[in-house]
Design a protein around this ligand. Sequence first.
Ligand SMILES: [Zn+2]
Length: 318
Amino acid sequence: MLRVSLIAVAAVIGATAAQAEVVKDGDLRVLRIRACADDEMRARGGWVEEIQEHLAFASGIFESTFGIRFRVEEVVEWDSDDAGQGLGDLVDELEADMSVEGVDAVVGFSAQDPRAGKLSKYVALPWGLTPSLGRVSMIRAMVEDESYDLHLAVVHEVAHLFGAFHVTQQDSVMRETVQGPRTFQFDTENGKLIRLMRDYDFEAGVEAIDPQTAERLTALWKRGGGEVDTSPLAEALFNRGIELYNEDRPEDAIALWKRSIRADDRFALAYGTMGVTLAELERYDEALEALKKADELGWPEAKQAMWLIEWREERGEE
Ligand SMILES: [Zn+2]
């Protein structure tokens, strides 16, 4: 009985793996998208058509530049929690709420205005947030605010899905600040990077990127954005480590954070998080070494974590 069910499980896994292959349309890579609109976005009329239009525009740019065509599988409703503290919380929420089944990525549109009713309502907010090489992208869709350009926002954020990084060049769509000319041009390195990652398998994820591709990706980032942004590969490996940690697999998480640090040896958050986790596993010497590095790189919680370890070790010796 058990033998039979194991074979059945193996067959199912095999079928899923075959389906997970990157979808092509002739020479084009197809990016399958599930688009979501939050309650504030839906409060304005024609939201489905509006989202389709933004994604169609961005798809045109990606198709002519990289041979990547978007295919919007569906546009669905999603209710965002107004108590969230910005785009990071919205990304976490969308990840938790929305399935990636049958698509490469989920693109959320939120018209939630965290400044509503506050004195800071004239402060410009980020246009979007997308974890590098992840499966969720969040677009801030506040069109009543004339400074927001959703075409630019969608092109920029989807580029992050493929691992694009921020640059200082003002004539690149990957510039970090929104001021400057309206451009849909990519700087040389990000252009090469998206071509390199064109067939990225979102389901297999960052762990499946082969060493040669990883090396080329890191070299492009060093040349183009290494001075201003964390390595997209390091960020993606770090995020995957967090997922594993949350699945109660701290050892596997640490292995990924080590890979993350190899991709970007100035990534303070990776050193710090690894240090705290090593301390939880009572591997204090390694923990202190990682936290010392995190402290040198300016991670604000490093000193307190080191102090706690020393205090615990002293008590252990009593
Ligand atoms: Zn960005």
